[in-house]
Each structure stands twice: as structure tokens, then as C-alpha cells.
Ligand binder design. Structure first.
Ligand code: PEP
Ligand code: MG
Length: 589
């Protein structure tokens, strides 16, 4: 038996035959010239034809796919004939390079430029490399790299997966994903979680000099544990038992009865994080109790100008429609750092995470936020959803008051106001708490608004002063850090104190969590134990979180929260809490 250890990014234990993705194409030699006698014009049209053929093939696959897979394939198809990419390749052919080499170099340049832009643009660089391989394979007359075909379900092993590959993954054929590269935020990890496939990234041979995971022979039997982050070859009876138990438990994890609660009945509504209408519909199908975070910037990532009112209203309304009568928390545009929006962010900022991002873009692009609030008010007016609105990256009570005032002017807020011809239904105004300064002044911040939602992804990066995108700092970017938990506790206490001074009901103003922390079932217990009122996460994670909450009473959750707070490190906090939750082991979480 050979063991590989990596980072488990999606839970599950399965056995199956391994299949490895073919290795990437070899680079054409540096300086490779045009074939003898070939005219640049002929080489240019050869390249253009190959690029168009790849585009058409990807488009066809897009038409056969649906949802996110379709969107990813459509985006990759467009990249195949991207004007910047092909223009640069044409120039290189004209100066004597072979079309394969010309495209190779042009793709390197475009990809490096996208990487420099960071965030979501950087992720597009994988698309560029993917279309490059496909076009070059076509120029060479060899099969395009991609997911292997098999009649039997298999464990897919790869160096890494391109968005176009993962988009066409058939979950009925692929049992698990294991990659040698990538991290917890990589595309492979996100897709695996969305498809519910067990997955391990950054898998390394336990014997440091042993062969890499990509050299496991096709067809040989392997065992994958997506929770522990392990792959083992030649599995035995122990692994067979573990995977059989998982198969049984997994069916239990498919079902969520629609109410998040502890065993003693205390309810913790489980909401979904979404970025568009398709995700909202999927969340409603998964019985999410509402939307806790609607990331509006996801709708406009590829736009270089501010979207007009009609377009915004339609986009917001399409999400509200998925949750009639239910809460939908809309976050105003959170541009900057990992989510640059060309019409709002400054790509040249030296330190984007500490820059003009989130609510702060109103300083440099004055007017965009009030116009968005108008559009949200109009969309809310025509919808049955219970619309809540919040601003990202609020740092001070002054900003909270300013945001509240902007909302009031747009007709959003406590009282029923008339906006143009439409009566705007009662909406609630809140802020995200993701800057430590806001958590430290939570009472004063919450004095000015109706609710708060903890963005633990950013709260963690700012509390630990560690860029959330940097893999070497991943151990700091762990929301189990007791310092982060202390900020959560402080925010809950601030909400209680603010409700006392402003006469709120139920003893506190609502404080939810909408960062990734809420999707970790053990951490969800701690957050609810600290007094957080709702948890919002990717819809796929809801059944697991619900199952773990149901296994204990709220008093135990409070005790576990205190234990985590008192732990000397993130690792110790996690281990202490997990050890007290045997349900995690039995559910394979
Ligand atoms: C967060 O920071 O936790 C959050 C939910 O916002 P985002 O991840 O979009 O920055
Ligand atoms: Mg954030």
C-alpha cells in the first residue's frame, strides 16, 4: 500500500479504480521557426482555424451542459478566440515564429497579465492555458488533453484541473478527485464541494522520494478520504468498511428537513451564499432557509462599466424570486482585492486588501452605491422576498451611520416608504463585520443599523494580518484562530448591548456568519455556541451542518465555544471541539 497525504477539501470516503488525466502538452521549442516554405499568412489562417474549431467544440459542450458547467465552458470558449491572445500570436507569426510557439508565448503573456490583476481575473489565466493546450493539440493533430473516458466510474487523478475540465465532470462517472497541485481555494476544490465529490488537493507521497500521485497506474484500486486528505493504493478490508459506512451515511447527508436547530430545539436558521439566480434556485431546492449572502459583485465581474438600473433591478429580482416570503440578505458591491471590478477598483493599488475596497469605493466612485441601493429598493418593491441590505467592509460607527442614511434615502430601512410609484416594503439595513475595528466597536456600530453579518474570511485575514490569497500563510487564515473567535464573541455582545440601548426585540440584534467558517460543521457549532443567530454557507454544506447541530444541545455548543476560545492555537481549538463531536467521525466529516 502506498499512501499520499494532502489537504482534504470535500468530505467522503470512496474506493474505485484510478484514472489519470493525460499530462499537459510539451511546450514547443523556444524560437521554433515557421516550417520551411510556410508563409506567415498561411500559418495565421491555420492558427485561426484551429482556434475557431476549439471555440466551436467548447460551445457545443456548453450547450449540452447546464448551470455553472455551462457558464464555465462558455467563458473558456470565448477565450479560444480572444482578440488580445490571437493578435499577439499573429504578430509573433509575422516575425517568423511557428504558430504553435507563437500561441504558446502569447498565452504566457496574457496569462501573466491576468495573474497580475489577481483575484478572479487570475483564475481566468487557467482558461488561457487550457485553450492554448487545446489549440496546440489541434495544430499537432493529437487528442486534446481532458478528462479520460471510461464506462466505469473512476477516481480522477490529475496534476491540477482546468475550469473547462471540471465543468464537464460527470459526477455519475467520477467518484472522487485527487490533484497533486492546488489549494483549498482552488477551482478543483470549489467544484468538488459544489458537486459533492470527495476531493484531496496537493497530494504528496508519504515517502518523500516516492513517485507522484499522477504516476499511479490506470485501473489500479485506490481509496480516497476527502476529510482526512488521504489516498491509499491497494486498499484492504478496513478501507472497504470505511467506504461502505460513508455510502450509508452520505444518503443521510442528502436530506435537510428545512430547519436548522440544536437537539434541545434552539433554532439556528441555515442560509445560503449565492452569486446569481441559478445558485439561488439551487439553494432553494436544497431547502436553504433563505439567503444570508448575495454577493452582487459576482454579477458584474467582467463588466468594465457600471451596469444600468434596469439591468441591476432585473438581476436582483431574479434572485429574490427564488425565495418568496424568505429572507434574502443583499450585499452591496464588494469590489477590490480578490474581487476586482474594472469600473470600481484601481488595479495599480500597492496593497489592495488594505485599499479602496468594499464600502470604501464610494470614496473614489461616488454615486455607484446610492444608485445600487435605488435598484435594490426597486427590485425589493416588486418582490415577495424579505429583503435585507448590508454593506461590506464597514470599519467604523460613522460609516455604519452613513450607510444607514444612504439606505434611508433610497427608501430602504425601517419604515415603509414610497419610492416613485412603488411602495417599498419594510427592509432591514445592516453591515458586514469583517474589519477588526468594527468588531471592537460592535455596540456603537449596531446602534446605527438593524443587524450584522460576520465575514469571517476577511475578519480572519485582517485579525491575523495575513493575505487570504497567500498559500504560505494558510495556517493564519484559519477561522479557528481563537483571536477570531474572540472577535465573534465581542460582536455578539455588542449586538446585545445595542439592542438594550435602542430597544430591540429578543434581547439582541441579529448577528449572522456568512464566511466559509459557517460551512465547517464543527466550527458552525462553535459559532452558534458563541451566540451567532444564523449561519450562511454554500448550499451543499447545509445538510452536514444541520446534522451536526442536531446531534447536541445548545448548552454543549456554548461549552465547546468556551473551550475553543480558551485554546492556545487554532489547531488545539479544532481538535478539542472535534473530539467532543463523535457524530463527525460517524458521518465522515
Ligand atoms: C467574508 O469576508 O467572510 C465574506 C463573506 O465576504 P467575501 O468572502 O466575499 O469577501
Ligand atoms: Mg469579505
Amino acid at each position: 500500500m502506498i499512501s499520499f497525504k494532502g489537504v482534504g477539501v470535500a468530505p467522503g470516503r470512496v474506493l474505485g479504480p484510478a484514472m489519470t488525466m493525460p499530462a499537459a502538452l510539451e511546450a514547443p521549442a523556444a524560437g521554433m521557426p515557421l516550417a520551411e516554405g510556410q508563409l506567415p499568412e498561411a500559418a495565421i489562417s491555420q492558427l485561426q482555424e484551429a482556434a475557431e474549431a476549439v471555440r466551436d467544440e467548447l460551445k457545443q459542450r456548453a450547450e449540452a451542459a447546464s448551470g455553472e458547467a455551462r457558464a464555465v465552458l462558455e467563458a473558456t470558449a470565448l477565450m479560444a478566440t480572444d482578440s488580445m491572445l490571437l493578435k499577439s500570436a499573429r504578430q509573433k507569426i509575422t516575425s517568423g515564429l511557428h504558430p504553435e510557439r507563437a500561441l504558446w508565448e502569447a498565452a504566457e503573456e496574457v496569462s501573466a497579465m491576468l495573474q497580475r490583476l489577481g483575484g478572479y481575473m487570475a483564475e481566468r489565466s487557467r482558461d488561457v492555458q487550457d485553450v492554448r493546450s487545446r489549440v496546440i493539440a489541434r495544430l499537432r493533430g493529437v487528442p486534446a488533453p481532458g478528462i479520460p473516458d471510461s464506462l466505469e466510474p473512476f477516481v480522477l487523478i490529475a496534476a491540477d484541473l482546468a475550469p473547462a475540465d471540471t465543468a464537464t465532470l460527470d459526477p455519475a462517472k467520477v467518484l472522487a478527485l485527487v490533484t497533486a497541485e492546488g489549494g483549498p481555494q482552488s477551482h478543483t476544490a470549489i467544484i468538488a464541494r459544489a458537486l459533492g465529490l470527495p476531493a484531496v488537493v496537493a497530494a504528496r507521497n508519504d515517502a518523500s522520494a516516492g513517485p507522484p500521485v499522477t504516476e499511479i497506474e490506470d485501473g489500479s484500486s485506490v481509496y480516497v478520504d476527502g476529510t482526512a486528505g488521504e489516498l491509499r493504493t491497494n486498499p484492504g478490508t478496513r478501507e472497504e468498511e470505511l467506504s461502505a459506512v460513508w455510502a450509508e451515511q452520505a444518503s443521510q447527508l442528502q436530506n435537510f428537513d428545512g430547519t436548522g436547530r440544536f437537539a434541545d430545539g434552539r433554532e439556528v436558521p441555515l442560509l445560503a451564499n449565492v452569486g446569481n439566480a441559478a445558485e439561488a434556485v439551487a439553494a432553494a431546492e436544497a431547502s436553504a432557509q433563505g439567503i444570508g449572502l448575495f454577493r452582487t459583485e459576482f454579477l458584474f465581474l467582467d463588466r468594465d462599466s457600471e451596469p444600468g438600473a434596469a439591468e441591476q433591478i432585473a438581476a436582483y429580482r431574479s434572485v429574490f424570486e427564488a425565495f418568496p416570503g424568505k429572507k434574502v440578505v443583499v450585499r452591496t458591491l464588494d469590489a477590490g482585492a480578490d474581487k476586482p471590478l474594472p469600473f470600481l477598483s484601481d488595479a495599480e493599488e500597492p496593497n489592495p486588501a488594505l485599499g479602496v475596497r468594499g464600502y470604501r469605493t464610494e470614496l473614489t466612485s461616488t454615486g455607484v452605491l446610492p444608485r445600487q441601493l435605488e435598484a435594490i429598493a426597486q427590485a425589493a418593491a416588486g418582490s415577495d422576498a424579505e429583503v435585507w441590505v448590508m454593506a461590506p467592509m464597514i470599519s467604523t460607527p460613522v460609516e455604519a451611520a452613513e450607510f444607514s442614511e444612504l439606505c434611508r434615502r433610497a427608501g430602504l430601512g425601517d419604515s415603509v416608504l414610497v419610492n416613485q410609484q412603488n411602495a417599498v416594503p419594510k427592509t432591514r439595513v445592516g453591515v458586514m463585520i469583517e474589519v477588526p475595528a468594527a468588531a471592537l466597536r460592535a455596540e456603537q456600530v449596531l446602534d446605527r443599523v438593524d443587524f450584522a453579518s460576520l465575514g469571517t474570511n476577511d475578519l480572519t485575514q485582517y485579525a491575523l494580518a495575513a493575505d487570504r490569497q497567500l498559500a504560505p500563510l494558510a495556517h493564519f487564515n484559519d477561522s479557528w484562530q481563537p483571536a477570531v473567535l474572540a472577535l465573534v464573541k465581542m460582536t455578539v455582545a455588542g449586538a446585545k448591548a445595542a439592542a438594550e440601548t435602542t430597544g430591540g426585540q429578543d434581547g439582541a440584534k441579529p448577528v449572522g456568519v456568512c464566511g466559509e467558517a459557517a460551512a465547517d460543521p464543527a466550527l458552525a457549532v462553535v459559532l452558534a455556541g458563541l451566540g451567532v443567530t444564523t449561519l450562511s454557507m454554500t448550499a451543499r454544506a447545509i445538510p452536514a451542518v444541520a446534522a451536526v447541530l442536531r446531534s447536541i444541545d445548545s448548552r454543549t455548543a456554548q461549552e465547546l465555544a468556551e473551550a475553543a476560545l480558551a485554546a492556545p492555537s487554532a489547531e488545539a481549538a479544532r481538535e478539542t471541539v472535534r473530539a467532543a463531536l463523535p457524530v463527525l467521525e460517524s458521518l465522515g466529516l
